[in-house]
Design a protein around this ligand. Structure first.
Ligand code: PMP
Length: 448
């Protein structure tokens, strides 16, 4: 009997051996599976920062569902919110109808938005993933402006559906004008710092105003306040303000993709709050659903030119996600978790700078709030050549020590930390200890 036939013949039991589950997964699931390749874990229980595998091993989870879990796994307020909906007998499938749960979610979300947007905002509930909301945002600005071009940035990541993928840094797409995203460590202008960011802004402005610039008329500009998948690159506040001024002056809607940076992650409630700018459109997902799938678009009312039904979809009313999301948003706000993320993130960055001083293979340490990255480089190269192999080795050494981290960045050489905002000081120390051991072990193995 083949492995697949054996699995079909045997009813699934919760106590099934993890090796068998993993083997069957690799046989049955798509070759495109991602996290499952580097994290051969079969999670069966989780609480806060900790995941327990079917083999009884425990892990500190600094991936947090790719940044979804602002409050960690199974936070009591999230569980309570979900149970309350279930026990109330409320319908779980309601398309886009009004419900008390949705009303409460929208009220809580609007209370957290930049006031300049909340005062005159519309909300569109989309399909449940971040990429669905990005897609809706692009369609909205195309509809509102009648233009078809898009301004997007090198290294950006917006999702995997056609429009979102085209807007992302890896794509070659004729309607997208790719602009330089500022970065210190690998500054495209070779200067870094505020000077590099000013040059990036100048390039953008000059291109938009050049009658022979050859760019398609932009319907909007999409950006992340901190590029996550692009390698944890925080945009300087001045540069973000320049992007706001440049787009506003030219009637180009500014779309802030806050899918990963939202809900306190970067040390303010939204990533754009650092610079104090008010975008025309905000794309929200991940943490707003309190660990369940939810995505929305919030935009200023002037852009609300949809015809009725212009953007529909069956799954736009996830009641459990709205309840879990409202509870999460309220908990983050009431417990000032954004400020906590800012303070703890700064201390963690300081500790990691110390680690980098001891390990020449850590080329750069950067981040904002609890969105942190370490870029691994070949210590022998004068050019700081990115080292994806070393980064993968660090990730594996972390896993061996019970710490889950992921990789990101242009070259997959950035080790990323996205712990829950509820991380305690003691847990932060444990994470840093394991990471330091893992870096030392990976560096020893590769450069004995
Ligand atoms: N935008 C950003 C900034 C993201 O980080 C992601 C996911 N990592 C997405 C969009 C896409 O979200 P999803 O994977 O839920 O489609």
């Amino acid at each position: 009997m083949t492995e697949q036939a054996a699995a079909a013949a045997t009813p699934a039991t919760p106590a099934a051996a993890p090796e068998g589950i993993l083997r069957r997964q690799s046989l049955r699931e798509s070759a495109a599976r991602t996290y499952a390749r580097s994290l051969p874990i079969v999670p069966v229980r989780a609480r806060g920062l900790t995941i327990e595998g079917a083999d009884g091993r425990r892990y500190l989870d600094c991936l947090s569902g790719a940044g979804t879990l602002a409050l960690g796994h199974n936070h009591p307020v999230v569980l309570e919110a979900i149970r309350t909906v279930l026990d109330s007998g409320a319908p779980l499938q309601v398309l886009d109808l009004a419900t008390p749960v949705k009303d409460a979610f929208t009220t809580e979300l609007f209370a957290s938005l930049p006031p300049g947007l909340a005062a005159d905002a519309r909300i569109q509930f989309c399909g449940p993933a971040g990429t669905d909301a990005v897609e809706a945002a692009l369609k909205l600005v195309h509809t509102a402006t009648g233009r078809t071009g898009l301004l997007a940035f090198t290294g950006g990541y917006h999702g995997m559906t056609a429009g979102a993928l085209a807007a992302s840094g890896g794509a070659r797409e004729s309607r997208v004008t790719r602009l330089p995203y500022p970065q210190d460590y690998r500054c495209p202008f070779g200067v870094g710092g505020s000077e590099g960011a000013a040059l990036a802004a100048r390039w953008t402005e000059n291109l938009l105003d050049d009658p022979k610039g050859g760019i398609p008329e932009p319907a909007g500009m999409i950006l992340e306040a901190v590029q996550g998948e692009g390698g944890v690159l925080p945009a300087p506040d001045d540069w973000l303000r320049r992007m706001r001024e440049i787009t506003e002056a030219r009637g180009i809607p500014l779309i802030a993709d806050e899918v990963q940076t939202g809900v306190g992650r970067t040390g303010t409630f939204w990533g754009v709050d650092h610079a104090g700018i008010v975008p025309d459109v905000m794309v929200l997902s991940k943490a707003i659903g309190g660990s369940l799938p939810l995505a929305v678009l919030v935009y200023r009312s002037g852009l609300d030119v949809w015809e009725p039904g212009a953007h529909a979809g069956t799954f736009r009313g996830n009641q459990l996600a709205m309840a879990a999301g409202a509870a999460t948003l309220a908990f983050v706000r009431q417990n000032r978790l954004a400020e906590r993320a800012a303070a703890l993130g700064e201390r963690m960055l300081a500790a990691l700078h110390g680690l980098a001083a001891a390990h020449p293979c850590i080329g750069d340490v950067r981040g904002r709030g609890l969105m942190i990255g370490l870029e691994l480089v070949d210590p022998d190269s004068a050019e700081h050549t990115a080292s994806p192999a070393l980064a993968a080795a660090v990730r594996q050494e972390c896993l061996d020590r019970g710490l889950i981290v992921e990789l990101g960045g242009r070259h997959s050489a950035v080790v990323r930390l996205l712990p829950p905002l509820t991380l305690t000081d003691e847990q932060a120390v444990a994470v840093l200890d394991r990471l330091a051991d893992a870096v030392a072990a990976a560096a020893r193995t590769r450069h004995p």
